[in-house]
Write a protein that binds this ligand. Structure first.
Ligand code: CAA
Length: 386
């Protein structure tokens, strides 16, 4: 329907499944969930039943074993209905699930990855801290080895699905104050809320994405078995960066879903609404806006899908992924702004969906690396092969 690249029969089926599910079970409720800041876990559970929480996990580990491109097609459909539901799906599939798949032990895969892929456990990702946002390597949460356990103290910020997730992939310092190792002093742990010393902190009151809970995590002498460390000690930051390369594609798909929904609403409204004796769609000022909105959605999608296809061929996509996320998120902000403008006074009212889409778009320019960080990543990559 929207794609420049060809789709296989299976890709079309998955896309249609996601679209039908989103239209029936998500879109009609999105405004209410936003209004009440309500996280609807039953929708996440149903996404799990469809296999959408294990899209990228091989079948031998209870996932659907799909490629990145197919996953992003489904994610756009969910995001077009509700970006809050989409972020839970994106974070789960792109970050904790991918990390355990890639670096987890056989036991960690059995214990965490497989229930996550089946949709029985929801995954979250904890990297940022109050003093470590864009400068993620400056994080301070500290782990100290004690026999077969690590004892962790610290606070994590802005954790999506916080308080509702079952598995938190968490980055913690494991170097010592006398021998700091920067980014190489950080390790990744699989934390679960049942661990002694694990608490959910403040729940944030946000501008947008209000149906997605965002919380702090507070670790007060949290004790975790050493077997819960993921991969090698000191590699947690690199794992997080590699996973964010993937995660940023999901946020780009989310941004495209938001922008496309705004375009669809604006297009429909411009056909109905009459001013100066004409439908808005017959006024050139509005036609120009709609054309530019459609252009940005299509260009965002073309870049993202080409990047996903390259990733599925095994190409390293750090730079194109950052470009996709940057372009899609800034386009979503621009497109939703134009949509509000086309709706005029109505667009500013909560009664109409473009108001929520405008608020939801903003965070795509912030999380999983701000637009400024994406530009840094893109610029660095210009020199990395020279
Ligand atoms: N792939 C593989 N390795 C990578 C990498 C990548 N994309 N990026 C960095 N690394 C490696 C480097 O090669 C280096 O490894 P060595 O020790 O072997 O040399 C190590 O990681 C440290 O890298 P840098 O020196 O480049 O680290 P830096 O401190 O300069 O930071 C940064 C780089 C790109 C600015 C990084 O800090 C960053 O991405 N910041 C943004 C943080 C972010 O995206 N946070 C998102 C929070 S999660 C979230 O939002 C989820 C949600 O809820 C929606």
């Amino acid at each position: 329907m929207h794609e420049l690249l060809p789709l296989t029969e299976e890709q079309r089926e998955i896309q249609a499944l996601a679209r039908d599910f989103a239209r029936e079970h998500i879109a009609p409720f999105a405004a209410d969930w936003d209004e009440r800041s309500h996280f609807e876990r039953s929708v996440i559970d149903r996404l799990g039943e469809l296999g959408f929480l294990g899209m990228l996990v091989p079948e031998e580990h209870d996932g659907l074993g799909l490629d990145t491109y197919t996953y992003l097609l489904a994610l756009e459909e969910i995001a077009a209905a509700d970006a809050s539901v989409a972020v839970a799906m994106s974070v789960h599939n792109s970050l904790p699930t991918q990390m355990i798949l890639r670096w987890g032990s056989a036991e960690q895969k059995r214990e965490y990855l497989e229930p996550m892929a089946r949709g029985e456990k929801l995954g979250a990702f904890a990297l940022s801290e109050p003093e470590a946002g864009s400068d993620a390597a400056s994080l301070r949460a500290q782990g100290v080895r004690d026999g077969d356990e690590w004892v962790i103290n610290g606070t994590k910020s802005w954790v999506s699905s916080g308080g509702h997730a079952d598995v938190y992939l968490t980055m913690v310092r494991t170097d010592t104050p006398s021998r700091r190792r920067g980014a190489r002093g950080i390790s990744a742990f699989i934390l679960t809320p049942d661990l002694p010393g694990f608490a959910i902190g403040k729940k944030e009151d946000k501008m947008g994405l209000r149906a997605s809970p965002t919380t702090e995590l507070v670790f007060d002498n949290l004790r975790v078995p050493a077997s819960r460390m993921l991969g090698e000690e000191g590699s947690g930051f690199v794992y997080a960066m590699q996973s964010l390369d993937h995660g940023r594609l999901g946020i780009a798909a989310q941004a495209i879903g938001i922008a496309r929904a705004a375009l669809e609403h604006a297009t429909a409204y411009a056909a109905e609404r009459k001013q100066f004796g004409k439908a808005l769609r017959d006024l050139q000022a509005i036609q120009f806006k709609l054309a530019d909105m459609a252009l940005r959605v299509a260009a965002s999608r073309a870049l993202l899908h080409a990047t996903a296809a390259a990733k599925d061929r095994g190409v390293r996509t750090t730079q194109f992924g950052a470009m996709s996320k940057l372009f899609a998120s800034e386009s979503a902000m621009w497109v939703t702004n134009q949509a509000v403008q086309i709706f005029g006074g109505y667009g500013y009212m909560k009664e109409y969906p473009v108001e929520r889409l405008f608020r939801d778009a903003k965070v795509t320019e912030i999380y999983e690396g701000t637009s400024e960080i994406q530009r840094i990543v893109i610029a660095r990559e210009l020199y990395s092969h020279s």
